[in-house]
Design a protein around this ligand. Structure first.
Ligand SMILES: *[C@@H]1O[C@H](CO)[C@@H](O)[C@H](O)[C@H]1NC(C)=O
Ligand SMILES: *[C@@H]1O[C@H](CO)[C@@H](O)[C@H](O)[C@H]1NC(C)=O
Length: 146
């Protein structure tokens, strides 16, 4: 293989392998959650409040002391694998929760919600931020977005 080809392949691999993060604007995230990922309207403001306090809408957020990852600070203790292979309850690598594709984050967050809904009767209680900050009137988190 000639060296130009090697160089091109090197940059292609670099391009596809990099973890690209994204910091969402508030309404940009609210619209994506509702329109693309079909988060129920009556839950939307609460999800937005949780994302605000957990990650400030930054998909690359990581808490190295607790092992929480991404927009919703999903825990590596139960939900994602911190190794090279997908694993744990959401069958995903934790690093996937820190890239700019939030499809897997939302899917896992919904799963966490469902589990906690079953256990406690309120799925949002899985999130520390919910218990602290998002139990009241959260309408401000979707204000002006729709
Ligand atoms: C990590 O999580 C702990 C427990 O929720 C929190 O007290 C701490 O501030 C977090 N650290 C960062 C860097 O977010
Ligand atoms: C929630 O707060 C908004 C202002 O942020 C207010 O307009 C609205 O009436 C409040 N809703 C309830 C149910 O209190």
């Amino acid at each position: 293989m000639n060296s130009i080809k090697k160089l091109i392949i090197f940059f292609l691999v670099l391009f596809y392998c990099r973890i690209e993060a994204k910091v969402f604007k508030r309404c940009e995230l609210a619209r994506a959650l509702k329109n693309v990922y079909h988060v129920p309207s009556n839950q939307l403001a609460t999800w937005m409040c949780i994302a605000n306090f957990e990650s400030h809408y930054d998909t690359s957020a990581i808490n190295t002391s607790t092992g929480d990852h991404g927009l919703f600070q999903i825990s590596q203790i139960y939900w994602c694998s911190n190794s090279r292979n997908p694993g744990k309850s959401c069958n995903t690598q934790c690093s996937k929760f820190r890239d700019n594709n939030i499809r897997d984050d939302v899917a896992c967050a919904k799963k966490i919600y469902q589990e906690h809904q079953r256990i406690s009767g309120n799925g949002f209680t899985a999130w520390v931020a919910y218990n602290r900050y998002c139990r009241g009137n959260v309408s401000q988190y979707v204000k002006g977005c729709f």
